[in-house]
Design a protein. Structure first.
Length: 322
């Protein structure tokens, strides 16, 4: 269905749906809906995509027309997102998340999904229902062509954007164009002023960088990990995650840089600890030399002294008396 046709049909008012039932009733309703297959056509391009599950394809096909499917799926998705954002109980969260993903992915299976007004939908939901925005952008980046997906993601990459949908945009940047992914990731991590209690940089290190695929992109990712680990203004959690990632990826450049971090870090013992453990794993000879030469006096830094003493025991090095 064409975008303009959809917009014209949406000008009318929709009757708000009744509140969702309990989780078990919700899932039962969803399963019942999947059993009745109608005549709605599904997008041939997306029907076989692993992104769209069999359940989503069946749900999309259960409506008699594309117009009916779009309205019904949008209402169901928004209702689930509103409950998630406001008053869902702990027991209901899993079922509501499944409902939101099922209905949004069913939209991806509809014929002409690439012509839906994704940008308008995202603008409507981004500051009021971030859970819905996250799924809208995720689906849009799958059904749109690469250039259209990049253009849409660029409109979502700004400081005030809710964290989760913005992270979806950065996943797409790396997947479609690693150069843009690197540039925008660096800007987010090092040039953007952070807000109070903002976890964006930590979430980026934890959720985006580990999922970057492609051997060609890995040097760029390692460069970001190194810079994150040594950036004093970075959140401690993000720095610790970066050090662990360097260790897991067996970075050859990391030991020398982490030794400098160990020497200069003065405020966070946990980061120094992560750096020391990574060095011992990646370059045992360097780590042993550090344990022997850089152990502080016990009365000046008892925590580091005890930690390095335990490592000496573990590594079979001379152990100072207690």
């Amino acid at each position: 269905m064409h975008t303009q046709t959809y917009i014209e049909q949406r000008k009318g008012t929709l009757t708000p749906p009744p509140p969702l039932h309990k989780t078990c009733q919700l899932l039962a309703f969803t399963l019942l809906g999947l059993l009745s297959l109608g005549a709605t056509s599904c997008s041939s391009e997306n029907a076989g995509s692993p992104f769209v599950s069999e359940a989503s394809r069946s749900l999309a096909a259960s409506f008699s027309s594309s117009e009916e499917a779009i309205d019904a799926l949008r209402v169901r998705a928004r209702t689930a997102a509103e409950r998630l954002h406001t008053n869902a109980t702990v027991e209901e969260i899993t079922g509501l998340q499944a409902e939101l993903e099922l209905t949004m992915h069913a939209l991806a299976a509809l014929d002409g999904a690439d012509a839906f007004p994704w940008s308008n939908w995202i603008q409507e939901s981004r500051f009021v229902l971030p859970e819905l925005t996250e799924q809208e952008l995720l689906v849009a980046t799958q059904v749109l062509d690469d250039q259209a997906a990049l253009a849409l993601c660029r409109t979502c990459d700004f400081r005030e954007m809710p964290a989760k949908p913005r992270l979806v945009a950065h996943h797409a940047f790396w997947r479609i164009d690693m150069h843009e992914g690197f540039a925008r990731g660096r800007k987010l991590l090092f040039l953007e002023n952070t807000r109070a209690r903002d976890l964006m940089r930590q979430m980026y290190v934890e959720q985006v960088l580990p999922q970057v695929e492609g051997e060609e992109a890995q040097p760029w990712v390692m460069e970001l990990y190194l810079d994150i680990a040594t950036e004093e203004s970075m959140e401690p959690r993000a720095r610790s995650l970066a050090v662990r990632a360097l260790r897991e990826h067996r970075s050859r450049e990391a030991p020398a840089i982490l030794e400098s971090l160990f020497d200069t870090e003065s405020t966070n013992f946990l980061i120094r600890k992560e750096a020391m453990l990574a060095i011992l794993d990646l370059d045992p000879e360097r780590g042993h030399r550090m344990l022997l030469d850089k152990m502080p006096a016990r009365d000046i830094d008892p925590g580091t002294w005890e930690f390095m003493r335990e490592l000496r025991v573990r590594e079979g090095l001379p152990v100072p008396p207690q």
